[in-house]
Design a protein around this ligand. Structure first.
Ligand code: SIN
Length: 276
């Protein structure tokens, strides 16, 4: 197994691993360590079936079934992220960390590039550990004990980004989307012990015990700061890439710059722990 860093801030390419074959424990451990060390890892030129995709994900923990989006037929664990040439909106087209509106947000997600446009459709990843490290001591001290309220409402409730004709908000989903949960603003990574910023503009609504209007300027500062170019890796997909990101320590943003072309990605999402 050969690991090649992709940029100075985050990301690594892993070669010499066939994801269709059984892996020994040492290889699985090395992959898990690379995920924590680099935040984003990509295995190029993999040819996996949905069952092999699910089996690979299940090595890291139980798999999530997305509470609001359509799955691949017959495979509830696989999110079918598909944009047709005539569609204009894409999935994940804003900075976010997956499913932070859950009490236990995912450990990571594994995306398999099945069809990519000739150009465009890249995904940006931001390193939230580096973003935290670069804050002033005063800002770190202020954020240390703060708690943020997260919810799916902005994206999945009635009037949200995905509550459109293709994904109509159903009553039950509508209720779930309006639920909120609390997470620390500064989270400790459960494996590396590193501190990191754990807020994102898609699902974080406000700080606990503060109004939205009071929270907004500080949150906006943190969003701008954490997505400055120095903390970001841009992945240009090649068909048959299998990539995994550490959802505890990163945010991502799927660019929507390939109108008139098809893009199909399959995502398996691994459950995580309650942030502390
Ligand atoms: C997502 O999981 O947010 C979408 C990522 C992508 O399609 O690149």
């Amino acid at each position: 197994m050969e690991i090649t860093p992709l940029c100075s801030m985050m990301g690594a390419r892993i070669e010499g691993v066939d994801l269709t074959a059984a892996r020994d424990n040492a290889t699985t451990d090395a992959i898990q360590q690379a995920l924590v060390d680099y935040g984003f890892i990509v295995f190029p030129d993999q040819h996996i079936t949905p069952e092999e995709h699910i089996a690979f994900g299940a090595q890291f923990g139980p798999l999530n079934v997305h509470p609001h989006m359509e799955s691949l037929e017959g495979h509830p664990e696989i999110l079918n992220i598909k944009k047709e040439p005539e569609e204009t909106a894409n999935f994940g087209g804003g900075w976010h960390t997956d499913l932070t509106f859950l009490e236990e947000p995912p450990l990571g997600s594994i995306l398999y590039a099945r069809e990519v446009p000739p150009l465009g459709g890249d995904t940006l990843y931001a390193n939230m550990i580096a973003a935290y490290d670069a804050l002033s001591e005063g800002m770190k001290e202020m954020l240390e004990c703060m708690v943020a309220i997260h919810s799916a409402s902005r994206i999945y409730a009635q009037g949200g980004v995905y509550a459109n004709d293709k994904h109509p908000a159903k009553n039950k989903e509508e209720q779930a989307a309006l639920a909120t949960c609390e997470h620390p603003v500064v989270r400790t990574h459960p494996v590396s012990g590193r501190k990191l910023l754990f807020v994102n503009p898609s699902f974080t609504l406000r700080f606990k015990n503060m109004r939205k209007s009071e929270s907004r300027p500080i949150l906006q500062y943190l969003y701008n700061h954490s997505t400055t170019a120095e903390f970001v890796y841009r992945h240009q997909w090649t068909v048959n890439d299998v990539a995994m990101w550490d959802n505890r320590s990163t945010q991502h943003y799927a660019l929507n710059d390939y109108q008139g072309h098809r893009r199909v990605m399959h995502r398996v999402t691994v459950d995580g722990d309650r942030p502390f």
